[in-house]
Design a protein around this ligand. Structure first.
Ligand code: F6R
Length: 262
């Protein structure tokens, strides 16, 4: 795992966007794993700007989202499909047929989960998976006690996650209490993981995930097992890390990061 500390949320989002843009340039038919949530909104705006101003081309890319609520139609403004259309897909030149989210309205949800895994496999696996972290330490909706080898499945959301996310619903009571999510095992199979975390309220959990013991109580800690995981944090989110100086030194000195230093 490598940790990159940027001065603020804007710089962290810019760096994450630059890494995604680089991956797309190297492999135009990139299989890109996507996340939703407040943290990703600015990142998606930057990617849309790169598309318009720098001709960043998404036409051959394929995307797989981590999760979707069970029971919300895609056109519901609170569904993750709507979120993705609004924040990214409507603003770039991606072929909509190549954008995948689990179908939370499927009549057979277990079959839908299996199909989602098969589809990822059919496209050769996910090249780069973007991740955020929830206050309970989830990645996707892998709530505490999610098995390290879990696959795409239906998951009941913790009261903390419901409280956190229902604030985005006009009627919080309408927030589904279950979702389909890629599993921790699915995420660990992605070729590269990029986790973006900003804000003071994430400082404690990101420190546990990155520097604490690996535990299914904090799904994001499983990323310590991933051979190529980069965690990009702003100063606020980095404030509880024990080895911040070391991470800064690596970013400032390693050749690999030269192109991305400002
Ligand atoms: C959603 C997802 C979640 C979020 C996490 C952080 O697709 O994968 O794990 O990344 O809940 O959400 P925000 O950014 O709203 O704090």
């Amino acid at each position: 795992m490598e940790v990159i500390i940027q001065k603020d949320a804007e710089a962290a989002s810019q760096l994450t966007a630059a890494l995604i843009a680089r991956a797309l340039e190297v492999k135009p038919h990139l299989a890109l794993g996507l996340a939703t949530g407040r943290t990703m909104e600015r990142l998606y705006s930057i990617l849309a700007e790169k598309h318009h101003q720098e001709r960043l081309d998404f036409s051959l890319a394929v995307t797989f989202n981590l999760d979707e609520y069970i029971g919300l139609p895609p056109e519901d403004p609170n569904s993750y499909r709507s979120y993705m259309n609004r924040h990214l897909f409507n603003r770039i030149n991606i072929d909509r047929r190549n954008t995948f989210l689990p179908n939370g309205l499927a009549p057979d949800l277990d079959a839908e989960c299996r199909l989602y895994e098969e589809r990822i496999r059919d496209f050769g696996g996910i090249d780069l998976q973007l991740l955020g972290i929830g206050r309970v330490g989830h990645i996707g909706f892998n709530e505490p006690l999610s098995a390290m080898q879990s696959r795409t499945r239906c998951k009941a959301l913790t009261p903390e996650t419901v409280a956190e996310n229902s604030r985005l619903f006009d009627d919080p009571a309408k927030m589904p209490k279950r979702a389909i999510t890629m599993g921790v095992g699915t995420i660990l199979e992605c070729k590269r993981c990029l986790m973006l975390v900003t804000g003071k309220e994430k400082a404690a959990i990101v420190a546990k995930a990155v520097e604490g013991p690996i535990t299914s109580m904090i799904s994001a800690s499983a990323l310590q097992l991933h051979p190529r995981c980069t965690v990009i944090v702003d100063e606020d989110a980095a404030s509880a890390l024990q080895h911040g100086e070391y991470y800064r030194w690596i970013f400032e000195n390693e050749e690999e990061w030269e192109h991305f230093r400002r």
